[in-house]
Design a protein around this ligand. Sequence first.
Ligand SMILES: Nc1ncnc2c1ncn2[C@@H]1O[C@H](COP(=O)(O)OP(=O)(O)OP(=O)(O)O)[C@@H](O)[C@H]1O
Ligand SMILES: [Mg+2]
Length: 283
Amino acid sequence: MNVATSIDRFRVLRAALPSPVGFVPTMGYLHDGHLSLVRRARCECEATVASVFVNPAQFGPTEDLASYPRDLDRDVEQLSAAGTDLVLAPPPEALYPAGYDTWVTVERLTERLEGGERPTHFRGVTTVVAKLFNLVRPERAYFGQKDAQQALVVSRLIGDLDFDVELVVCPTVREPDGLAMSSRNAYLSSVERKAAGVLYRCLQRVEGMYRNGERDAERLRDAMKAILEGEPRACPAYVSVADAKDLTELKTVDRKALVSLAVRIGRTRLIDNTVLPPGEALL
Ligand SMILES: Nc1ncnc2c1ncn2[C@@H]1O[C@H](COP(=O)(O)OP(=O)(O)OP(=O)(O)O)[C@@H](O)[C@H]1O
Ligand SMILES: [Mg+2]
């Protein structure tokens, strides 16, 4: 496995890879969720490229860019063990040199949910993903369903800007209690870590209600709010039952829906989601 920290070196190493190339973009501090994407890419592609880049552009001014967990040596070890062929791990100034001035934005879809609370977040995501697609030129790109709105936004980016990339959305990998794996879980104290199980309990409750015939979206949202109220450490940002295509809130679950929530536990902001009917693919 090669690790490139400069764009020039990356281009040389990329040119030598066989097709199709599968690409897994990450912000590092890897866990089994990330590695599941690498393994999937490896199964389906001739070569696998991963990027490790804590993208400053997707953090808001009061967010955790400076304290974001980083461990490149461990990431490189894990990527190598999972069968990655090439890693791009550039410093921020390699992607955003002084005078950088070009931004890619997806409208509407990015205004809701995560974008409602983090107004510049998706502009940062779509800009870096567009740059990385141009550098890596992958045939397939692997993203996690944990970040469902991100996957929908990237799908829109690919379609609208004619990127010749197939988007593969992979299932959310969970801890034994159901908590979605996330690099930011590292911020949780042990009491907070126990409280964090509440997100998955909300999703399970909604799936159960749906299976029992409940189709009133407001009742599903209320059920999540009630469970969150029972967890004193949980401070909900939003609970949503939305049309899985455009993310508008539903009144009745009469089409494919994305059930999602964002919850602050202490200083850590966690997100999770599921699709209705249960087991349906997001895209
Ligand atoms: N538990 C998971 N299961 C499957 N994919 C995941 C999981 N967590 C993250 N991913 C995917 O890995 C890719 C890179 O995500 P990223 O590096 O932001 O990790 P993260 O764990 O989401 O970090 P953070 O906690 O900061 O949000 C994204 O496509 C994301 O959806
Ligand atoms: Mg993330």
